[in-house]
Design a protein around this ligand. Structure first.
Ligand code: NDP
Ligand code: BG6
Length: 579
């Protein structure tokens, strides 16, 4: 074989030919997807990525030929990885069901390779292992597409003689060479054959890398991925986790470095809030219901509130958090992304680029955030019911005396025709009294309301409000005013409500499931484009710098409280009451 191969190399198809061949509409079932979780030993991988991949497998959403690799520096065998991963897998779809068999099948497709994030050599080893799994299809494929003469010509080898190692060593371009007698002399046939076989060995080999690692090692890993472990002819995509820099400059530097090794369409910047069911539903609610879109402007909307709160502190992530703070951790990305989706104009279509174009326009129409429109806070220790909850600075990984905000409230404005003057108020905090993420839309007063005197509460509370509860307990509530039944004329407000748990029996997929599936399918709608990112940083960078340069002292609030009162004063300045 080696002899033959030497002779054929000169007639191996050109790269252009191979690329064209690979762009045939290949049967999906005949492609392989290798998903490598870089940083597989970490928190996010265990908590979110592997469980999401299992849920996709369980639902039958992963391609037929897939392999999952964990990659990190920690030494682990395949068995150890499987053991680690198995602990976080559960039957999310139906908790009463026994998933053991499915879990076993899934784990058999999971492997591990230990290596450094900046080692080309280690990534090349990974590449070799990936290939072993990707080329398994050659023989089946040959049989399937009945090229018996090639099969015979190869040497009358029987299926059993062919090992994956053998195939991975063989340059399968050989199969496509013009020197192969008779069967492939015809160019058309040869390309057809390439379409079916592909040089990677029978299936188009696609590779997805999920960079679940700290940001300081992103670039090293991307460099190694692209030079030593990217797919030959299939696609190679890289999911990058936030944070995408700390400010405009560092974000631009990250983008520039990423683009040295990847094309923009290979980069999938993840913001997992975009994968949340109710965030996805935002556009559906607005664009497929006649009753909302006409009201969606300064004419009828008084203010919009975007609220994120967690009832726990930075537990375990203090080291990371202290370098970023709540404005970068939640506001500049999760809440701002929701805002852009909420406020954008109707896109030309549902295509990713059309939607992202509209989001960028919103972000670029916004006024950079002003210091006087920001309130920052930090949680302090609090004892309740005999239990003492720690202060942010009690975390060993947080420097003593740190001024990093764990809470912030901000008023933002979109200076365009639709939203001129409407305050978009954001509030985000850790260690607050409850966990929730909500979008609250407060409508204006009814002009000349005939029933003003019949309200028991003040008029402010009598305006309509639309609440989109992103989590927990997903729901959409529309607050309306109605007559209290009876002979008198008393007005009350009630909720027209869509409570997901009551309406739909199926559990809502985790955001990471949707986003991983989208990345596999090449759907970019829910990922952040670099110009969106630039626009988002342009809004926040000046105020972040000012906060840090002026050493602004955060307002301290007790762990488990509603947060600093400053947030109420800020809202009151714009005539807003937090919902
Ligand atoms: P971890 O801190 O757990 O890091 C992941 C892995 O990276 C570790 O298991 C470790 O693997 C390796 N690693 C950690 N620190 C270093 C270092 N200094 N140098 C080289 N390797 C290192 O991160 P998470 O799993 O929490 O998060 C991964 C990414 O996802 C980060 O970018 C984070 O900001 C982002 N993210 C995380 C969320 C979460 O809930 N955890 C939520 C949203 C985003 P080993 O030592 O085996 O190589
Ligand atoms: C992450 C933040 O992006 O989102 C964390 O870094 C935060 O600080 C988390 O806890 C919240 O995500 P979710 O999906 O649990 O609301």
């Amino acid at each position: 074989f080696k002899k033959l191969r030497g002779g054929f190399l000169s007639s191996v198809p050109s790269t252009q030919e191979l690329k064209e061949a690979a762009s045939f509409d290949v049967n999906k079932d005949e492609s392989t997807v290798s998903i490598t979780v870089v940083g597989a030993s970490g928190d996010l991988a265990k908590k979110k990525i592997f469980p999401a991949l299992f849920a996709l497998y369980y639902e039958g959403c992963l391609p037929k030929h897939f392999t999952i690799f964990g990659y990190a520096r920690s030494k682990m065998t395949d068995a150890e990885l499987r053991n680690m991963v198995s602990k976080t897998l559960a039957c999310r779809i139906d908790k009463r069901e026994n998933c053991d068999e499915k879990i076993d099948q899934f784990l058999k497709r999971c492997f591990y390779h230990s290596g450094q994030y900046d080692s080309q050599e280690n990534f090349a080893e990974l590449d070799k292992k990936l290939k072993e799994h990707e080329v398994m299809g050659v023989w089946e494929c040959l049989a399937k597409f009945s090229f018996p003469s090639v099969v015979m010509w190869i040497g009358g080898l029987s299926d059993k003689n062919i090992t994956s190692d053998y195939w991975s060593q063989m340059d399968t371009a050989l199969l496509l060479s013009e020197d192969i007698p008779s069967t492939f002399r015809n160019e058309k046939q040869r390309l057809q054959c390439m379409k079916e076989l592909n040089v990677q060995g029978g299936r188009v080999s696609n590779r997805l890398f999920y960079l679940s690692i700290p940001p300081n090692i992103f670039i090293d890993a991307v460099k190694c991925t692209s030079s030593s472990a990217s797919s030959g002819l299939g696609w190679t995509r890289v999911i990058v986790e936030k944070p995408f820099g700390r400010d405009s400059d560092s974000s631009a530097a990250l983008t520039k470095a990423l683009k040295q090794y990847l094309e923009e369409d290979q980069i999938f910047r993840i913001d997992h809030y975009l994968g949340k069911e109710l965030v996805e539903n935002l556009s559906v609610l607005r664009f497929s219901n006649l009753i909302f879109e006409p009201l969606w402007s300064r004419q009828y909307i008084r203010n919009v509130q975007l609220i994120f709160s967690e009832d726990f502190g930075t537990e375990g992530r203090g080291g990371y958090f202290d370098n970023y703070g709540i404005l970068r951790d939640i506001m500049q990305n999760h809440l701002l992304q929701i805002l852009a989706l909420f406020a954008m104009e109707t896109p030309v279509s549902l295509e990713a680029e059309d939607i992202r174009n509209e989001k960028v326009k919103v972000l670029r129409s916004m006024r950079p955030l002003q210091l006087e429109d920001v309130v920052v806070g930090q949680y302090k220790s609090h004892t309740k019911g005999g239990v003492t909850y720690p202060a942010y600075t009690d975390d060993n990984t947080v420097p003593k005396g740190s001024l990093t905000p764990t809470f912030a409230a901000a008023a933002l404005f979109i200076d365009n025709a639709r939203w001129d003057g409407v305050p978009f108020l954001m509030k985000a905090g850790k260690a607050l009294h409850k966990k929730r993420a909500e979008i609250r839309v407060q409508f204006r007063h009814v002009p000349g309301n005939l029933y003003n005197q019949n309200f028991e509460t003040d008029l402010d509370q009598a305006t309509n409000e639309l609440v989109i509860r992103v989590q927990p307990d997903e729901a959409i509530d529309l607050k309306i005013n109605n007559k209290v039944p009876g002979l008198g004329m008393r007005l009350d407000h009630s909720n027209l409500n869509l409570h997901y748990a009551e309406r739909y029996s199926k559990e809502i997929p985790d955001a990471y499931e949707r986003l991983l599936l989208d990345a596999i399918e090449g759907e970019r709608r829910l990922f952040i484009r670099s110009d969106e990112l630039d626009a988002a940083w342009a809004l926040f960078t000046p105020v972040l710098k000012e906060l840090e340069e002026k050493n602004i002292i955060p307002e301290y609030y007790p762990y488990g409280s509603r947060g600093p009162v400053g947030a109420h004063y800020l809202a009151a300045r714009y005539n807003v009451r937090w919902g």
